[in-house]
Ligand binder design. Structure first.
Ligand code: GLU
Length: 246
C-alpha cells in the first residue's frame, strides 16, 4: 500500500497535501514526499520516515511561499527499492519535467527499464515506479505524443496495479490521474479538484466524489475535468456521488 494525494485549484496546495498525507499515513510510513509546480519548475521534497519529517523539511525550505495551486504527494510502503530518499515518491523523469506518484506494482518494470536504458535514459532510483514516469517521458519527449496520450501509451504497456497522479511542467494547469487495481477517488468543488487513495483527505473540502474504476483516467485541465478510458481516447459518462459523511 501507499497513499497518494493531489490538488489542483486556487489555494496553496501545500497545507492541503500535507493534511491529506497525515490522513493516509496508515497506508505507508517508509517515506513521504511532495512535488508542486511553480515558475515552470518541479519543486520536489522527499524524506525517509513519517510525514512529520517531510513537514519539517518543507518548513525549513520555506516552501509554502513558493507553492501554488498544483501539487501531488505520497506516503510510501516500499515494494521495490529500499526505503531510501532516492526511492521516495514523487519520482521524476530524467529531464525533471514530468513527475508522478504511484500506488501499486509495475510487474514488467525490468524489460521496460532495459528498453529505456537502450535509449540512453538514466535512472535515479531502484523502484518500479520510476520506470513508469520515464516511459511517459519517453512517449512525450522522444515519440512526441501529447501529454495525455503519453500517459495513456505508457499505462497501456505496463502490467500490474497502479493508482497514479502525474504533472508536467509544460502543462501548468493540468493534472492526470488514473487507476487499475489500486484505489483512487476524485473530489470536485467549484474549480477545485482533489485526488486521493480514499476519501479521508477530501471530505473536509467537498462531498462531491467520483470513484474511478479500473482503467479510467481523470484529465483535469484548467477549470474542467473529463473521465476517460486508459484503453482508448474516449470520454466516459460518470456520475458524481454526494457523500453524506456526518
Ligand atoms: N511499488 C512502489 C514502490 O515501491 C509503490 C509502493 C506501493 O504502492 O505499495 O515505491
Amino acid at each position: 500500500m501507499c497513499g497518494i494525494v493531489g490538488y489542483k485549484g486556487s489555494r496553496n496546495c501545500l497545507p492541503i497535501l500535507l493534511n491529506g498525507l497525515k490522513k493516509l499515513e496508515y497506508r505507508g510510513y517508509d517515506s513521504a514526499g511532495i512535488a508542486f509546480l511553480s515558475n515552470n519548475k518541479i519543486h520536489r521534497t522527499r524524506r525517509v520516515g513519517k510525514v512529520k519529517e517531510l513537514e519539517n523539511a518543507l518548513n525549513d525550505k520555506k516552501s509554502s511561499s513558493k507553492s501554488k495551486g498544483l501539487g501531488i504527494a505520497h506516503t510510501r510502503w516500499a515494494t521495490h527499492g529500499e526505503p531510501l530518499q532516492k526511492n521516495a515518491h514523487p519520482h521524476s523523469d530524467q529531464s525533471n519535467k514530468i513527475c508522478l506518484v504511484h500506488n501499486g506494482i509495475i510487474e514488467n518494470h525490468e524489460p521496460i527499464k532495459k528498453f529505456l536504458k537502450s535509449k540512453k535514459i538514466k535512472f535515479n532510483s531502484d523502484t518500479d515506479t520510476e520506470v513508469l514516469v520515464q516511459l511517459i517521458s519517453y512517449f512525450y519527449s522522444n515519440v512526441k505524443l501529447d501529454f495525455e496520450q503519453s500517459v495513456r501509451a505508457a499505462l497501456q504497456r505496463v502490467d500490474g496495479a497502479y493508482a497514479i497522479a502525474v504533472l508536467n511542467v509544460d502543462f501548468p494547469d493540468m493534472m492526470i490521474a488514473a487507476r487499475k487495481g489500486s484505489p483512487l477517488v476524485l473530489g470536485l468543488k467549484d474549480n477545485e479538484f482533489f485526488i486521493a487513495s480514499d476519501i479521508s483527505p477530501i471530505i473536509k473540502y467537498t462531498q462531491n466524489i467520483i470513484y474511478l474504476n479500473d482503467s479510467e483516467m481523470a484529465v483535469i485541465n484548467e477549470n474542467s475535468y473529463e473521465i476517460k478510458s486508459v484503453d482508448k481516447d474516449v470520454i466516459l459518462p460518470k456520475k458524481v456521488e454526494k457523500i453524506d459523511y456526518k
